[in-house]
Ligand binder design. Sequence first.
Ligand code: GLA
Length: 691
Amino acid sequence: MNRNLTALSGALLLGVSLAAAPAFAQVAPTTPPDPPKFDAQGEPVFVNRSDILEYKALPSYTEPEFVKAFVDAGKLPPVAERLPKEPMVYKTANQPDGTGVYGDVMRHVIGGRPEGWNYWAGQSYGWGGIDIGLVECLTRTGPLFTVNASDLQPLPNLAKSWDWSEDGKTLTVKLVEGAKWSDGVDFTTDDIEFYYNDIVNDSNVKPLNGASPASYSNGKLTVIDKYSFSLSFETAFPEAVLYNFAYGNFCPGPAHALKPHHPKYGGKSYDDFRNAFPSDYMNFPSLGAWVVVEHRPDDVVVLRRNPYYWKVDEAGNQLPYLDEMQYRLSTWADRDIQAVAGTGDFSNLEQAENYVESLKKAADPASPAKLAFGPRTIGYSLYPNYSVNGWGEPDANQQAIRELNRNLDFRKAISYGLDRQRLGESLVKGPFTTPYPGGLYAGTSFYDKDSTVYYPFDKDSAKASLAAAGLTDTDGNGFVNLPNGGADLNVTLLTNADYQTDKNLAEGVIAMMGDIGLKVTLNALAGKDREAAGLAGKFDWQIVRNGTELITVVQSTTALAPVGPTTSNHHQANAKGELVLQDYEKQLVDLVNKFMATRDPAERVALMKQYQKIYTENLDGIGLTAYPGALIINKRFANIPAGAPIFMYNWAEDNIIRERVFVPKDKQINAELHPNTLPGKPGEAGPVAAN
Ligand code: GLA
């Protein structure tokens, strides 16, 4: 039916006068346009997980000469005693450039700032891979972009193996035996018990990246012995748990350091616990390949190799190969500039505004850096806040906006009002960006175009949708007023001030909403404050760079819907843990729970088609634009896997397996800030020399 006829019949049905009829005209939704063709550069080499690594004892082990000097001086036990009985061994055949050599540094540049080292109480390290290199998790999923679909399961990491009971209701996990924290203390189920009971299951503590009981299907923990434990569940085979064992979730902290500060064990308060390890606390115990030894505010964070790291190569070389990691504290845009200029070594090219310039520079054969585009996995959505029972403590106006957010016509007005093509082109022209309706991304494995509902750009439809939501411009100033005939409706849009892209998108959205008569005001906060406001529900709408769940579905699955009190980024429970779900949200929750409860691949595909349909039809999150990112890395580095996406199951800092990356001797540069040193004692001023 053409638009006017729809309007007419709508008007007749509703018994309103024909003069008002155009106000009800909404063009019919369609499927989204096909993304412009853009080939990823470099195909991953697909392997099975067992081709990548194993756990076994080797006849002998080696370490850098300068570390051996610590052993000779009696300051460190011999390398074999520092390693687990059976360390993790990376197989040579899977190392793109084979066995590496020691030395050199990877110079990162980041836009974030470390808040402190209590990741488990929600402190950010400043992102850009600092935390990815410092915390190790039970499983690992970043490198799964190279794993055959038939063998797709998380890689073992701190969890060496796991078994399901016959009924699927108990998962038994075996830890790597004899791994040590960077201060030499054993890593055991004490760390698991503290993490699970006193971090994840203590609702006063909010770990960074949002691990919650729902991430582990509310499993009950039983410690079996020093190196094994089990989780028991009400449902059979909740396999999502294995993905939630990976980065962002089950990455335990050092119980020996954290526990004494936790209120349950004598700590003064939850605030004191959170702040017990401020950003000037050095050598905080880590299970990662490097340890923080220096932090000069707004200048640099330096990490030195962890002499207790529990991974080796097949030749018995203790990893990592790189002795130092540096993080220059600058801006995210500067990361791109420095990486192409060669003064930095690594960037995830993800701010589309920088693409043309970076591509031009990298195309020069003399460029010090390689730039390779991956799949279209960087995407942004606008999320209305759906809580109407107290999350974020809205005032009366904000509460009225929350009610409107829950009105489908209001959300349709937003979608119809967005010229996504122009929004994308305002970042970068060319075949990069594609209009993104929201939900699962085109080109990912669970995406189905026919299940994707798209409300395209059409200003008349947008205005009609506002009217249908009861919003009209009662005072004639060009902006619609609150339904009770009050002041102009004024929606606050939360966005991340650390990224030019986020700000540009927000400004574009505000201008487009203005064009349809909807007043929106920008609230651009710096990363840390933006995160805090988002987590606390202090926003009407927010623009977010989306997470892995909309790409992989199997990673962070619980973030796909409000299946638990804190799993969704735009609809969380009030202080009492209560959620008031809309009907379609109940359907999403049900589909996600069913997805997590089945191991049948065909059923999973069918469930995700339904999810996509209900999500996009109801505009749960309102998509803006999606585009590919590129990995920029200095040409001197070896063992960088082909086709590493900057973001898929995790960020490239995890995907490229940095502990295996090396620089051939003849290409090493002299840029270490603390050569020949190792981390000192926790809490003491950082790095120490052998003599
Ligand atoms: C930030 C950056 C990403 C990536 C992550 C890693 O979010 O924007 O490119 O480096 O940190 O945590």
